[in-house]
Structure formats: structure tokens, C-alpha cells
Design a protein around this ligand. Sequence first.
Ligand code: SAM
Length: 234
Amino acid sequence: MLQEGSKAALELPSHCAEKSWQRHAWLYDPIIKIFFLPFGGEGRFRRALVDFAGIKEGEQVLDACCGTGTLTNLLVERVGETGAVTGIDLSNKLLEKAAKKAKRVLPLTFSQASCADMPFPDGNFNKVFVSFGLHEIAEADRQNSLQEIYRVLKANGSLFVLEYHLPRAVLTGFTVKAFHGLFEHEEAYRMLLDGTLLPELEQASFIIRRKRLIGAGMFQMLHVDKASLVEDRG
Ligand SMILES: C[S@@+](CC[C@H](N)C(=O)[O-])C[C@H]1O[C@@H](n2cnc3c(N)ncnc32)[C@H](O)[C@@H]1O
């Protein structure tokens, strides 16, 4: 089900709006399929993230920057009938595609909203996912978005991130840099080269639990916790 957008400013960042798949939403899924072919296929990557997160039945899950909802559809299979999955994205074109792909009987909702201003109460979700989304959020909105994710997570909730990673090996490192130089915008390139992702997550009060490299070290999966500090009174 595709819900009305929230009151938040729903303008795509210019680097995002310029991408061909934003203007022609039908291109997104085929491009992603081709992109992941050298790494064993898109399904393998998406499932690796879902397995990494260990979703339990009955959980409330948010897929932030869900795009065409391919990951969102995998997540909803894991939460069962007692859980629920929500996908949000700025792009209504991509969300329309996502809603068409959704199996109707499952507890799945898509809604147009910005990560920087989410229409959810505090402590609403057990798990939040952001797959290839953080580098697309405008730098000016990224810290707000991470703080919003922190806010909507339950006290013991976790965030799972799938993002690019800069490998140390010369050949793969060069490949990732070249890809970013050609196809990604300057802010994403900066996030990758300066390695700002983990410090940005910590700045938003998250605790980094696990980092797993995949695809010859060109991608990373992160598990970060909200885990509030428990005061020990002795
Ligand atoms: C590269 S796509 C990734 C889509 C999907 N998660 C995937 O794994 O295929 C990045 C998405 O982030 C969305 N996006 C960018 N900034 C956003 C923001 N501030 N709030 C919500 N979505 C945003 C874009 O519209 C786009 O759909």
C-alpha cells in the first residue's frame, strides 16, 4: 500500500534527481541487476544483509531510502503476519514501482517521506535498514537523518547499513574510486575517501557492533545499536 507523503520537504537532493533512474524509474531494477552480476547477483547481496540482521517474527522494521522496494519485500517475508515493514523514500516514482511489486496480503506499507523528518513516533521500530541510501542523502541532511533513525528505533533497536567500502587492495581500491568518480556525486565520493561513515554514526550516538566486508571488500554491512547506556549504581 502506498500512503500519502508526510508534510516534510519532499524534494530530492539535486545529485539524486539528476540520476537517470530517478527520471525513468523503470530503469532502476535492471541497472541494479546488471551492477551486481559480477558479485554473484543482486539476490545474494540483499539476502546477505537480511541474514546479517537476524530478523525475528513479529518485529517492526523500517526500510529507509527503500527505492523500488526490492529489499523491503525480502524483509516482510521474515517478520511474518505479526510483524510489519514500512518503506520510505523521497522519490514517489520509485515508491510507485515498490508498491506494484508488493504482495498485497503481507503487512507492508510504503510512504513518501524524508529520512531527515520521519512521520513516526519515538521508539517505533526494532530494526531499521538503509541499503545504498546513506551516500545518497544530502550531506546537509545526513546527521539529521541518522538522528531521526536513532529516534524512531526502540531502546534496544538496531540499524543495518549496506554501503560502498574502499578496499585497501590496489586493484579493487582503484575500481571503487573510478566507479565513484564516474557515477557518484562529490559528497558520496568524499564520504568514501574520508571514511566518514562510522564517525557520523557515532556522532548520532550509535554504537558500532559489527562490520562485515563483502564483494572483495568493495561493500560493507554494518550493524549499529541504539543501546542506551545502562547506569550501574554499584
Ligand atoms: C541508490 S538508491 C537505493 C535504493 C534501495 N535502498 C536499494 O537498495 O536499491 C537511494 C535512494 O535514497 C533515496 N533518498 C535520497 N535521499 C533521501 C532522503 N533524505 N530521505 C529518503 N530517501 C532518500 C533516493 O530517492 C533513492 O531511492
